[in-house]
Ligand binder design. Structure first.
Ligand code: SF4
Length: 439
């Protein structure tokens, strides 16, 4: 069967065992791969009413038939689970090199359930998998964990790890893959990191050498030659600025959420535009495996309060969440917030909009500070980019915000109106965040 390894790896963390199942062409054609496989596996194995943070929940990493072929942009991995933030199915795709390496193990999907008695990481190889102790990695930042596992298992291994936020089950915790050679990937939305943390699963590592075959290599080559030029032209802005190019465009059409959606036009949008970020911080382009677009950028803050910060570029959504939503035109603080969220393993969008809600809803102050004054400190930060100090807070202080936007809103109750304020759109938001993919 071309395009597939044809196998699914099922891991039970509670028992410390795994099984391998094969699938046929009919299954492949029906569910295709990626989130199609993930939905099928979750539907089959996660009973209705399952608590997302219980051992019965499942995490699926799935790739598709084009992964690790010459087709550009097909090197993203789908990470799916029942979300602790929404209680619904969620999937989040991430770039880098993990997906291609997973494909080389011969497992198109890795399905993980149960709960390990102690912190572990899972190493998946061509013959199956092994669980390794991760007590010494617990509490460590995501990049550090990625590096430590590569040092133990070899440089060819690719890793996705959670940080302290996932360990503490922050419901919008993410998982981070750092690819030393180029573009990192973050499975950001929906709380995958919290599910991993609840399973005592610090990281998943993959290593393999299997090749993906295509049915007609010559026809594929011809097709790629045909689309090369249109793709180059169509993605030129993305190549130049990455997704930050969207800030100006979206502000221009009146859709850039501002001050917790009090407005859809941000008067200081120019200060947080892709052009401004690139002019100040650009170091080099980065890209996912075999993708000619190279929409990733590495940034370096050279001066000011955050001088020395060297991290990947914040994506458009991060700039929106820590910039216009918080009325924060301070570019360097957004780069810093992005770094700290990635290192702690927290979704930048969810944290930014939750802080925006807290800033806006006056009534939230007693509710959020009643049990925990630390939450109050988050909204008094100089540039309002709350994440830049959240790493100093002990885990118990994250909890009031760790339940996410909807929970924070419910805790806050109705916002106290002032004579100059207009009604907030946030007050009518649904109790959960929409879940979508993020680079
Ligand atoms: S480099 Fe950008 S365009 Fe290319 S696959 Fe990665 S996220 Fe997509």
């Amino acid at each position: 069967m071309h395009g597939y390894g044809g196998r699914i790896l099922h891991v039970d963390l509670s028992r410390g065992t795994y099984t391998i199942t094969a699938f046929d062409e009919a299954f492949a054609q029906t569910f295709l791969g990626g989130n199609g496989f993930a939905i099928r596996l979750l539907y089959e194995h996660v009973p209705p009413g399952t608590d997302p943070l219980s051992p019965q929940n499942m995490i699926v990493f799935a790739v598709g038939p084009l992964t690790d072929t010459p087709v550009p942009g097909a090197t993203r991995c789908c990470a799916a689970t029942k979300s602790p933030l929404t209680g619904l199915f969620c999937d989040s795709t991430f770039g880098g090199m993990f997906a291609a390496m997973q494909k080389r193990t011969g497992f198109d999907a890795i399905a993980i359930r149960g709960r390990a008695p102690q912190p572990v990481y899972l190493l998946v190889h061509e013959e199956g998998a092994v669980l390794k102790p991760a007590d010494d990695l617990w509490g460590r930042f995501t990049r550090d964990t990625n590096q430590a596992i590569r040092q133990r298992e070899g440089e060819e291994v690719e890793v996705l790890a959670i940080g302290p936020a996932g360990e503490n089950r922050v419901r919008f915790a993410c998982a981070v893959h750092t690819w030393e050679r180029s573009r990192d990937g973050v499975a950001g939305r929906g709380g995958l990191g919290a599910v991993m943390g609840a399973k005592n699963l610090k990281a998943v590592a993959v290593r393999g050498t299997r090749k993906t075959t295509v049915a007609d290599p010559e026809a594929l080559k011809a097709l790629l030659a045909e689309v090369r030029e249109p793709m180059k032209v169509g993605t030129a802005a993305l190549k130049e600025f990455g997704t930050t190019v969207l800030v100006t465009l979206i502000n221009r059409i009146g859709a850039l959420g501002t001050r917790n959606l009090q407005s859809e036009v941000y008067p200081q949008a120019e200060a947080i535009s892709g052009e401004a970020f690139k002019a100040d911080f650009f170091v080099k382009d980065t890209t996912c495996f075999k993708c000619p677009v190279a929409c990733g950028k590495d940034f370096h803050v050279r001066e000011g309060e955050y001088a020395g910060t060297a991290w990947k570029m914040p994506e458009y959504e991060t700039i929106y969440a820590f910039g216009s939503m918080l009325d924060n035109p301070h570019r360097a603080s957004i780069v810093k917030a992005n770094e700290l969220c990635d290192q702690l393993g927290m979704d930048t969008i969810s944290l930014g909009v939750t802080l925006a809600l807290c800033l806006r809803v006056r009534g939230a102050r007693p509710a959020l500070s009643g049990t925990d004054g630390g939450a109050l400190a988050l909204w008094r930060l100089p540039h309002h980019a709350g994440a830049h100090r959240s790493h100093r807070l002990p885990p118990r202080l994250w909890r009031p915000l760790g339940r996410g936007f909807g929970a924070a809103g419910s805790a806050a109750g109705p916002r106290k109106r002032t004579s100059t304020s207009t009604p907030s759109k946030a007050s009518s938001c649904p109790p959960t965040l929409p879940v979508s993919s993020k680079a």
